[in-house]
Each structure stands twice: as C-alpha cells, then as structure tokens.
Design a protein around this ligand. Sequence first.
Ligand code: GLA
Length: 403
Amino acid sequence: MLAALPLVAGIAFAQETKQDVTGMEQQRNIEQGAFGTLPDGSEVALYTLTNAQGARLSVTPYGGIIVALEVPDAEGEFEDVVLGFDRLEGYLSETYRQANPYFGALIGRYGNRIAGGKFSLDGKVHTLPTNDGDNHLHGGDRGFDRRLWKAETVEDERGVGLILTLTSPDGDQGYPGELQARVRYTLSDDNAVIVDYEATSDATTPVNLTQHSYFNLDGVTGERADGDDILDHRLTINADAFTPVDEGLIPTGELRSVAQTPFDFRKPTAIGERIEADNTQLARGKGYDHNFVLDRDGLDENELVTAARLEAEHSGRVMEVLTTEPGLQFYSGNFLDGSLTGKGGTTYGHRFGLALETQHFPDSPNQPDFPSTLLQPGETYQSQTRYVFSTNSTTGESETTSN
Ligand code: GLA
C-alpha cells in the first residue's frame, strides 16, 4: 500500500516525485508534479496515475480536473482522449473563463441547470447566482470546478487513485448547509476510470455532482486531431426517454419517448447522422445538450447501469459509461468554436469533443416529479460512475471486414 503523498503548499514540488508501487504490477505508478500557481499564490499539483497496462490518468486538485487520459487503441497505441490544457494557466485564462466549457472538471454543488437560480425548501426561497442567462448552471460563478480540493493518493486492490475532499461552507453560492464533498478517482488495471462521489451536509440541500470530461476517442493531440470532430463517433444510450427543454434548456417536466426522434440512440448511431435534423429540441440545444432518462428497470439506486457506449471510427477505441445515476446529459460540444487551443497546440473546433455527464435530472429542485436531489443531514450522498475503455477490433481502420 502506498502512503498518502502530502500536498505541500507554498513550495515548488520536486518536478517528478516518482513512487514505484512494487509487487507484481511493475508499471503501476503515481507521480506528483507541479501544474501551476493560482493568483493567490497557491501551488497546484498534477498527479499522474499509471496502471499495470500503462494507461495514464492525470488529475489536478484544482477543480478536480481530469487533465489527460491515455488509453490504447485497437493497435495498442496510447493516446490522450480528453480535452484540456498542458498547464494550469490554460484553465485560468480569460478566454477560457469566458467560454466556460468546464473541461474535465468536477461539477458541484449542482450539475446542470436550476431554473431562475431559485428553489424553495420548507417554504424558504434560496437564491443562486444566474450564470447561464436567467438560470443557474453547474454550481454557479464559483462552482466546485474552480476550487482547490485537498488531495491524497491511494493504491489498493481497485487500482491507483486520488481522493479529493472539499468543504463547501453554509451559504456557498447560495446553497444551504455546510457540505463535505469527497471524490475518489481510481484507474483500475483493466482500464476503467472509476469516480466515487460522496457528500454529507448539516442542513437539507440539493446535491448533484458530476464529471465534465470531453472525450474524443480518436485522440486529441495526434496528427488527425486538428480539425477533427466527434460526429463520426457511434453512440448508444440506454434510454427510452429524454427530458425535452424550453429555450433556456430547462426541462419542461415531460419525459418524452425517443422513438422516431433524433434522440433515439438505443442502437449504435453516428452522432452526426441526425444532429442537423429539423427538430425544435436540437435547435434549442444547438445540437445535443439533453438529459436522457436511463433505463434502470429492476435496479436498486446503488446499482450500476450501462448508460452509454461510445465507439470511435478510426482508432477502434470504445468507452462504456456505467452509473448509479438516473440520468445522462449528452452534450455534443456545440459551444466549442475554435477559440480555445489545448494540449499540444490542438484547436478545439466545433464539436471536437463530447461530454456524457451522469447526473440527476436538470432542475430537479423545482420539479417534484423528478427523482429527488435533496440530501438530508445524517445521510450520505453516494454515487458512482465508471468509464470503461476497450477496443473494437472490427471498427479499427485496418480491420474493416464488411461494408
Ligand atoms: C453542459 C451544459 C451545456 C454547456 C456545457 C458547458 O453540458 O448542459 O449547455 O453549458 O455544460 O459549455
């Protein structure tokens, strides 16, 4: 077992603090390096976790951001498959803050939108910052994606990991109660990134934590990267219904069948196939930016369901998303417009990456018929999502067998 690496503030980190986690798995490794400095002078680290297969996951305690994730393709070539920046400065730049894509970040206290930035609890109205038109989005102006979390490394039978903790004070961004949040990232030896979320509060409060990584499974830094997009990725979503939205992307309350709509991903379908269809919902989202109601029939709320499967045409990489959550926001990167240049100099053009955000439904605090997001004092919020990587040998470019 690897001892926790203390997070030392105020001094420069040794550039590469390498620790070999020995035993059978020679390649398992955890490195801690410097990632940058916040305006208040806090030093921010970058942890790189390597599993026994050589897959690598890099996470910074700033925003709990997944900065890089390298997984193999059908030929065993490792490439980074998530959008982000090489240095902390990229995430702090004015251009980035204006665009606000939440690359790789942990989102809290509430992933997605709350209508009008208001909800009431026991007759009291709580007011939250409105940072998306008239609505509250992803926890507000200073959500969990902009906090410096405490970090501790871990290595056990599940894999190599990082445990992040954050105390959100009573009244933080308008939310009641002091919330203790804990997120564990684990990279398992079978190439799964497991995210375990936990939270407790001393007063009743809504909680809906999620992860906002953008994926491009064909790789984000290689030769093909510039100018590429995710429209040829094939997506399957295990949902018979979605929650249609109004002009402000707030659910109307209806659970609408996906049948005969561009939202039917029950069979693998290229994302680009229907994205430009003449459809009011697609027009409102400027593409896909909708919550899907996962088919959890027969499952307890703490059981994982396979929510989605994403397959990349060129590389043969496959990602499955499993979750204990009831919903999945599929966002097709509609707001990416080429104004951001990320890792290795790649320009993030329109729909260069996509997000699959496991969550409770948007605006649940104002929607009595949606599954509740309220956390009560004495209870523990618990949620798990797994991103499982493999390859599809039949979709690899060199192995196409039929049509
Ligand atoms: C979520 C929202 C989108 C957008 C992105 C970030 O997916 O639903 O509308 O805000 O985050 O740009």
